[in-house]
Write a protein that binds this ligand. Structure first.
Ligand code: DX5
Ligand code: ZN
Length: 216
């Protein structure tokens, strides 16, 4: 069963608790986009918001760190209630160390690659991660268009997983809607992050249902 992870980036930040409650019954993770204005051109939220939303849901908080030096903030995000923490390969010259740090803190560890980063750059870490997040847009903003050339990377990750019996989930993030969602799931994606396709819609239940039914 494909998992859905709504990105709160497109939610109404003045009532995040209600926004999460609105989608909670129909989804699997809550995706939290953390941006620092350095690794990506936008600034969003930090551990304080994760701590504030933690009591509002029992779903896993899937925290996507689009920040430089993520090792400095792993502990704070785990203490705030993050269940999964993903770091960008492009931001981590010492990737094994950060992945190990996330696990030692007690969270699940994910690695993320930008659209222009090849799978080969993360091959050495694939046996150590719980999740691989393939960016299907350049990170920084919601509502961007899906980049088709990322699809073969999803396939390659699925093949590597079968070949080596790796256990990671494959998550994709950016430009998910009807059509692109199915393309990714057919290629091997297990978890679909969707921001604008869910939170920019008046009826979120209907929006989620329509993504799910597009996968058949
Ligand atoms: C982009 C973020 C995404 C974003 C996706 O930098 O990582 O999670 O919220 O937004 P949509 O689904 O609107 O492309
Ligand atoms: Zn994200």
């Amino acid at each position: 069963m494909t998992k859905i992870a709504p990105s709160i980036l497109s939610a109404d930040f003045s009532k995040l608790g209600d926004e999460i409650k609105d989608v909670e019954p129909d989804v699997d993770y809550i995706h939290v986009d953390v941006m620092d204005g350095h690794f990506v051109p936008n600034i969003t939220i930090g551990p304080l918001i994760v701590e504030a939303i933690r009591p509002k849901t029992s779903l896993p908080l899937d925290v996507h760190l689009m920040i430089e030096n993520p090792e400095n903030y792993v502990k704070a995000f785990v203490e705030a209630g993050a269940d999964i923490i993903s770091v960008h390969q492009e931001a981590c010259p010492h990737l094994h160390r950060v992945i190990q740090q996330i696990k030692n803190e007690g969270a699940k560890a994910g690695v993320v690659i930008n659209p222009a980063t090849p799978v080969s750059h993360i091959e050495p870490i694939l046996g150590d991660v719980d999740l691989v997040l393939v960016m299907t847009v350049n990170p920084g903003f919601g509502g961007q268009s899906f980049i088709e050339s990322t699809v073969p990377k999803i396939k390659a990750l699925d093949e590597l997983r079968k070949q080596h019996n790796y256990k990671y989930e494959i998550e994709i993030d950016g430009g998910v809607k009807k059509g692109t969602a199915k393309t990714c799931v057919d290629a091997g994606a297990d978890v679909l992050v969707a921001g604008s396709a869910i939170f920019n819609q008046d009826n979120r239940q209907k929006a989620i249902k329509s993504i799910k039914s597009s996968l058949k």
